[in-house]
Design a protein around this ligand. Sequence first.
Ligand code: THU
Length: 136
Amino acid sequence: MTAEPDLDALFAAARAAQQRAYAPYSRFKVGAAILADDSAIYPGCNVENAAYPVGACAEAGAISAMIAGGAHTIRAILVLGDGAELVTPCGACRQRIREFATPETPILIAGPEGVRARFSLAELLPASFGPANLPK
Ligand code: THU
């Protein structure tokens, strides 16, 4: 059985990371937080670059922190951004999450006031390509 993630802790970690985001070009700060298989929470924020395409999303930063921290599986990920719209992960980040998650892994989308929506990875990235698709 998978325990429900501690949403308050994930939200707090994502909010702290969002405040540290480096987004001088878009001015759109994003925070992310992963609850990993070691029960630790790994935060990330977007880090933009004067060479615009080199910028990195918050989700990518959280995944790097998780791998550097020695964990391997995303139990849940929360993404936090401002504005009225849902800040769902971009296509590339859906695939990045896919590498370390299952079709059931929850992806929680939050605004400043709290969690707004909850998706499974399969809902955001159906019929996806993953490690098992590669020949042994
Ligand atoms: N961004 C993220 O970090 N995560 C998302 O899920 C959506 C977009 C960032 C990329 C860029 O720095 C800024 O938000 C505007 O697109």
